[in-house]
Design a protein around this ligand. Structure first.
Ligand SMILES: *[C@@H]1O[C@H](CO)[C@@H](O)[C@H](O)[C@H]1NC(C)=O
Ligand SMILES: *[C@@H]1O[C@H](CO)[C@@H](O)[C@H](O)[C@H]1NC(C)=O
Ligand SMILES: *[C@@H]1O[C@H](CO)[C@@H](O)[C@H](O)[C@H]1NC(C)=O
Ligand SMILES: *[C@@H]1O[C@H](CO)[C@@H](O)[C@H](O)[C@H]1NC(C)=O
Length: 431
């Protein structure tokens, strides 16, 4: 099967960066930990004290993040998801934490997290109720924004359950303004487009003006099929969503599930590589108190994190599908390029991919310097446009590389395409 489909990047539109949410935050994709995928709505602290949603869980996670090098690697936000509040607001109409599971309250917890040099995230919902049935913020946007600010919260994940979709935009914009008026720096993580897609194409210009990151697609599960569905959705909608990403605002493909149960190590490498290429927030949902050394090494890999956090702030995208390989490329600062090659053939052994087939390889005219980062660090050295070098990609694994133009006075009109944000697909079939 030698059918090769190239997705050629063309450039037409202007960069949307000027219209990002003006709160000075999330200039690089947010890094941290979020409880949902691993711990869900476990409120049973009597029989499962180590894994229930309680202040203890976040304090322990924060301690490990400091002790085990996570904070040094860049993971900063310790985030609470659904199921933290009491079912009743207090006499003043304010949200309050479940008194049994958070005896110290959120302010004390925030102080604890801050004393470790980390930041605290919390969760709310734009509608009448959270997805798990706790009080929603509809009718209380000002009160809840002020409560979160008073507690010292640094990030709000704002879900979209139990809301008439025609009012989603209003709700998310109103909360954004309420957060701004508190004067506190609070990253605003939205699910607005996720809840709007079933009805119509969301307005990403408005979303980028309102939120620091936004979920587009279904919740991640601890499985390869879940990761594949997210990656496929992202590629299928890249023309719409990639141009809206940039410093201050990012597409959010949901949590990293690396270090859990459902992914092989090759699949964990694929998630890490593709989340870095997609300029995704890196919010781990796993148990940092008990994680295998290989997963830890992968999540703390400095070269991959450098791709994720690259200062150019452009989201990468799928540039080719070739014989059950997918090529994903992300333009980096200093005219460099990250290339990920994913082997989607889930039978057989490692397969060779000649890297000259990656569309971005054109920056190797006249020369480039190639460094392989995954599955292991390997300097592939100086290459040219016509290099015969190939990489070996395991089934459902990914080879991740960076390519640096080697000639200082490198000139090619093609490379200029990587400086621009917008893309328009053109499918060309060759061979
Ligand atoms: C609030 O918005 C203004 C104007 O967009 C901006 O200059 C300011 O930094 C924002 N403040 C916070 C705390 O986000
Ligand atoms: C949602 O809001 C629209 C416009 O206000 C209204 O016409 C519609 O009946 C509402 N839908 C539901 C299910 O409440
Ligand atoms: C999208 O939102 C922007 C900014 O709020 C607005 O100017 C524009 O008119 C909207 N576009 C559509 C098609 O509604
Ligand atoms: C190629 O890149 C590697 C890794 O950054 C570096 O060690 C090496 O010196 C570079 N080679 C050349 C010729 O620039």
């Amino acid at each position: 099967m030698c059918r090769v489909v190239f997705v050629v990047a063309l450039v037409v539109l202007v960069s949307p960066e000027a219209h990002g949410l003006d709160n000075g935050l999330a200039l690089k994709p947010t890094m941290g930990w979020l409880h949902w995928e691993r711990f869900m709505c476990n409120t049973d602290c009597d029989t499962d004290p180590d894994n229930c949603v309680s202040e203890r869980l976040y304090m322990q996670m924060a301690d490990v993040m400091v002790k085990e090098g996570w904070r040094e690697a860049g993971y900063e936000y310790v985030c609470i998801d659904d199921c933290w509040p009491s079912h009743q607001r207090d006499a003043q109409g304010r949200l309050q934490a479940d008194p049994k599971r958070f005896p110290g309250g959120i302010k004390k917890l925030a102080d604890y997290i801050h004393s470790r040099g980390l930041k605290l995230g919390i969760y709310g919902d734009v509608g009448t109720s959270t997805c798990a049935g706790y009080p929603g913020s509809l009718g209380y946007y000002e009160t809840d924004a002020q409560t979160f600010a008073d507690w010292g919260v640094d990030l709000l994940k704002f879900d979209g359950c139990y809301m008439n979709w025609t009012r989603l935009g209003d709700g998310y914009v109103t909360m954004s303004k309420a957060l701004n008026r508190t004067g506190r720096n609070i990253i605003y993580s939205c699910e607005w487009p996720l809840y709007e897609w079933p009805f119509h194409q969301p307005n990403y210009t408005a979303i980028r003006e309102t939120c620091n990151h936004w979920r587009n697609f279904a919740d991640v599960y601890d499985s390869w099929s879940s990761i594949k569905s997210i990656v496929e959705w992202t590629a299928a909608h890249q023309e719409i969503i990639v141009p809206s990403a940039g410093p201050g605002g990012w597409n959010d493909p949901d949590m990293l599930v690396i270090g859990n149960f459902g992914l092989s190590h090759d699949q964990q490498e694929s998630q890490m590589a593709l989340w870095a290429i997609m300029a995704a927030p890196l919010l781990m949902s796993n148990d940092l108190r008990d994680i295998c050394p290989r997963s830890k090494g992968l999540l703390q890999n400095r070269q991959i994190i450098a791709i994720s956090q690259d200062p150019l702030g452009k989201q990468g995208y799928r540039t080719a599908k070739v014989d059950s390989f997918e090529v994903w490329e992300r333009p980096l600062s200093k005219k460099r390029l990250a290339i990920a090659v994913l082997n989607k053939q889930e039978i057989g052994g490692p397969r060779r991919f000649p890297i000259g087939m990656a569309p971005g390889w054109k920056i190797c005219d006249p020369q480039c310097n190639v460094t392989q980062i995954l599955p292991q660090y390997k300097e592939l050295g100086i290459q040219t446009l016509h290099s015969k070098v190939a990489v070996l990609v395991n089934p459902s694994g990914t080879v991740l590389m960076t390519v640096t133009p080697a000639n200082r006075h490198f000139k090619s009109h093609h490379s200029l395409h990587w400086q621009d944000t917008s893309i328009k697909d053109k499918h060309t079939t060759i061979l």
